[in-house]
Design a protein around this ligand. Structure first.
Ligand SMILES: C[S@@+](CC[C@H](N)C(=O)[O-])C[C@H]1O[C@@H](n2cnc3c(N)ncnc32)[C@H](O)[C@@H]1O
Length: 267
């Protein structure tokens, strides 16, 4: 996958995109990240990319011309036009489902705003999609672009060991991942759950699924409400209710189970 990035601070990307999984994906040719300095496309001799907002107000606004000039120049290089994405706190909030969709694209071009944001005509004339990485305001789109690239890169075929590492993890199927343990077997008086040492793969799978449901119900009930629950999941949730493990999430789980079955569950 090729990802072009337009930014006035391309130097910020060194480091996060050079090491570890993303760095390896790049050196193995799985991911091709091209950083472009937006200032190179400013037409005036001071290479200005921002100006005062019409109508007054604090801060500066990123000028439209450098974005249009940069994309016109890049269009000469692209075999087909990639998805043009503006990082913006006003965009749709990125989630794992969105990351999966992005990972299937051949390429994308990320536009990073700064200051008070970009001139509206950039949005109107160039952008296919606006994405936010969360409901908070960053100083610029660079960190958001790096988050997006990192999340997408690990899903590209060949980046991580095998498909297993991304299939069984949080947000797939709208469930959080189960708790993980490694050696030692006991640490600071806390032993690893016995079932994980049993070698009984079916029992381990069931334990993990139950923990996954428990975690999601307690921490992210909004996800559980969207999860497609199997017969086994419903049985495990009923077990958790009987065991009193769901605490304050019990009401929601009863409601979810009732929704599935069309009637309130009786325990
Ligand atoms: C200070 S912000 C501008 C915020 C803008 N005045 C507003 O209220 O919507 C500057 C730039 O940071 C980036 N940015 C800030 N928060 C972001 C977020 N949550 N997700 C993605 N990009 C963000 C965008 O590229 C934005 O143009």
């Amino acid at each position: 996958m090729r990802i072009d990035v337009l930014s006035i601070f391309p130097g910020m990307f060194a480091g996060p995109l050079d090491d570890s999984v993303v760095g390896r994906a790049r050196s193995e040719g799985i991911l091709d990240v091209r950083l472009h300095d937006l200032r190179a496309y400013a037409s005036d001799r001071h290479r200005l990319t921002d100006d005062y907002p019409f109508g007054g107000g604090s801060g500066m606004v990123m000028k439209p011309e450098p974005f249009f000039a940069a994309l016109a120049a890049l269009a000469e290089q692209w075999a087909s036009r990639p998805r043009i994405i503006l990082l913006s706190p006003q965009g749709a909030r990125l989630d794992q489902g969105g990351v999966v969709q992005l990972s299937r694209l051949e390429g994308m071009c990320l536009l990073c705003g700064r200051y008070e944001g970009v001139d509206e005509r950039v949005r109107e004339g160039l952008v296919d999609e606006e994405l936010s990485i969360g409901d908070y305001v960053l100083t610029g789109g660079e960190l958001a672009a790096m988050v997006l690239i990192d999340a997408v890169a690990r899903l590209l075929p060949g980046t991580l060991g095998g498909p297993g590492s991304t299939v069984e993890e949080s947000f797939n199927e709208n469930l959080l991942e189960y708790p993980q343990y490694t050696r030692p077997r006991s640490f600071a008086g806390r032993p690893v759950p016995e079932v994980l040492l049993s070698g009984d793969h079916a029992a381990i799978r069931t334990w993990r699924r139950k923990q996954s449901l428990l975690r999601t119900a307690r921490r992210r009930p909004d996800l559980l409400m969207r999860a497609e629950l199997s017969r086994e999941d419903r049985m495990l949730l009923k077990e958790l209710l009987r065991e009193g493990a769901l605490a304050e999430a019990a009401g929601l789980v009863k409601w979810v189970l009732a929704g599935d079955q069309g009637a309130m569950v009786s325990l």
